[in-house]
Design a protein around this ligand. Structure first.
Ligand SMILES: [Cu+2]
Length: 163
């Protein structure tokens, strides 16, 4: 459930935007928020970002919501004997003090279910994050197309993913 992988320098390089939350989350930063593009009528997609906690106390992301989808779940992709599985993180995701959590393809992701619109390349989609300490943040995710083979696999998996 926890993912404390160190961040590769190559990904740092691509961080395009940085948002600093203002409500009770002064020490929390959101980097490179993006959402996978969809074809018309596709019911779900996944969103990613990095959450950095520069504070001295852990924070916990508990709920994610957006007007573009009926619901947004916190998911983790895991591999067992090369078989990819996703599971919902019911109790949220903890971002440790002076630490970071990275939502990335094949790892942690926001699962948008019941999509109400097509996610376009370069489009901007607002997502609301709520934390256990009462902190809230609005993050704008940018629509981004994925063309890598690995990512395509993940996309296919999503197509058949139902709870
Ligand atoms: Cu998922």
């Amino acid at each position: 459930m926890k993912s404390f992988s160190t961040i590769p320098a190559v990904i740092m390089f691509f961080f395009s935007s940085m948002v600093v939350a203002d409500t009770g989350l002064k020490e929390v930063q959101f980097k490179d928020p993006w959402i996978r593009t969809t074809s018309t009528g596709h019911p779900m997609t996944a969103g990613y970002l990095s959450i950095l906690n520069n504070g001295s106390e852990d924070v916990e992301l508990v709920t994610v919501s957006s007007s573009i989808a009926k619901k947004v779940e916190l998911h983790e992709t895991t591999f067992h004997n090369n078989i990819m599985k996703m599971r919902q993180l019911e109790s949220g995701v903890k971002i440790p003090a002076k630490g970071a959590i990275h939502f990335l393809p094949k790892g942690l992701h926001f699962m948008f279910k019941g999509l109400k619109m097509k996610v376009k390349d370069g489009g901007k989609y607002k997502v609301n994050l709520k934390f256990k300490n009462g902190g809230k943040a609005e993050v704008t995710m940018i629509g981004r197309k994925i063309v890598s083979k690995g990512a395509h696999k993940h996309h296919k998996h999503h197509k058949h993913h139902k709870h």
